[in-house]
Design a protein around this ligand. Sequence first.
Ligand code: SF4
Length: 227
Amino acid sequence: MIPISEIFYSIQGEGKFVGCPSVFVRVGGCNMRCFGFGKEGCDSYYAVDKKFKSEWKLMKIDEIKKEISKYLKFNPHLVITGGEPMLYYKKLYPLLEWFENPITIETNTTVDIDFEKFSLYKKVIFAMSVKLSNSKEPKEKRIKKNVIKKYAKNKESFFKFVIDKDLNDEIQEIVKGFDNQIYCMPLGATKEELEKNAPFVFEFCLKHGYCYSDRIHIRLFGKKKGV
Ligand code: SF4
């Protein structure tokens, strides 16, 4: 059984596959809190904060497949997100064996997984959202270079950083030795916060040759869940 916060069909609003119709499976639970991103923590606090645990549904893999199947007629991507999905990487594995279209997993890239035994993870595109100091998580907890090295082997996997100020030294320290694409997106759990940070991040990306990612769902729907 896997704790699931929500499963929904929407348009990918950020990162490399922005605009693609996608089914989102959001697991409940994370090994971080990221209080630097707001007083509730990250924008998916309801999938992280244990006080929302009663809203998470413990689902069998077949139940998850059944829910995803409702949307297969749209030929969607599958996005596994959270919380931190890789906490459940063994239990989620049957989804990788079953789903035929591209799969992206959004991860903080700290969970050391066995890529040899669970080899289909080698084909997964990871949105490696390694946390920076603005998350207010301790450095030794958020940056695990030996783990990033394994996730970054698929060259389609990409880095995705959330920024609100010039954190380029930190970004460079993390990406050193990797040639995966780098996306930066504005910190912002609300439309107002996003609009405030977006112009700086746009200029920052231009200056350093990074890809800019907006957050379409925040612009259109603010804090609404399931979009
Ligand atoms: S690692 Fe990601 S999901 Fe976990 S608390 Fe931080 S921003 Fe939220």
